[in-house]
Design a protein around this ligand. Sequence first.
Ligand SMILES: Nc1nc2c(c(=O)[nH]1)N[C@H]1C(S)=C(S)[C@@H](COP(=O)(O)O)O[C@H]1N2
Ligand SMILES: [Mo]
Length: 316
Amino acid sequence: MKITEHHITDEKNYLNRRSFIKKSAKFGAGLALFNSASSLAEGVEGGGWSDKITTTSYGKDLTPHSFKEISNYNNFYEFGTGKRDPAKNAHTLKPNPWHVKISGECSKQGNYDLEDFIAPYQLEERIYRLRCVEAWSMVIPWVGVSLAEMLKTFQPTSKAKYVVFKTLLDKVQMPGQKRPILNWPYTEGLTIAEAMNPLSFLAVGLYGKVLPNQNGAPMRLVVPWKYGFKSIKSIVSIHFQETMPLNTWQEQASNEYGFYANVNPNVDHPRWSQARERVIGRGSFFKPEKRKTEIFNGYGDEVAHLYAGLDLRKNF
Ligand SMILES: Nc1nc2c(c(=O)[nH]1)N[C@H]1C(S)=C(S)[C@@H](COP(=O)(O)O)O[C@H]1N2
Ligand SMILES: [Mo]
């Protein structure tokens, strides 16, 4: 369904911005994703990226957190380990121009310009829960494209059992990489079945505008039934392979972080309970609002079948 700007998740502070008003006037009924300062906007004007975002039923019943909350409480260790560090420091990241390398077990390998990479697909808004392994959560209105649709284009071979994603490696743009906190570049992986699940998403925006750097500009993965660390940011490489990869946090502490990392209230982290989660910005400092954590973060109907017969305690 093509939508008008009334249906997409908006926010007063966003709607009031001049760039938004200018753009939506320019594109009529369609909601322009990119502000005119970015050359990605030229891609829209040049008929590249879609200027229309479709709504979906994902998260219709959820109340999204504010843009301010979503862009000021982040995990992005390439810019520091504090929750406010990414908002403060991520201005050194240059998300434009950007290239994504496709490699491994597929027939259409190549190095793609991000604009061309996204252009063929319909931009969708999806409101998803984000549950961090640290036991906090938010609700985020992402804009992006279906990962499955994207991956099919590259025609993975029958040997493509896993998909591996990598973040940019650049100490200048990502000063946190000067310190050996993690084994850079940040790496994550999914089974091909997980990657092809309709829920898997590549986000390029939130609240209808281009992703803030601190949220993983210009393109990041969103797998809402898994702990947030699976949703790797600022992706430069997508690789198809036959063997299970070792993801960054698993490499760091394999007893604490596994490959699957499905949200599960019944399997505790060795150092804390996963039964409940703190909802960011709700309640008070002394009495934060908590909610019960849901199995697969509430997305069990869509994904539980992927793990049939798998012991979720061993495969955490
Ligand atoms: N490259 C990279 N991706 C990353 C991280 C990171 O440190 N580096 N942190 C992860 C974690 S732990 C979480 S909870 C989410 C947070 O996403 P957000 O800041 O957009 O809410 O990003 C994930 N993706
Ligand atoms: Mo996280």
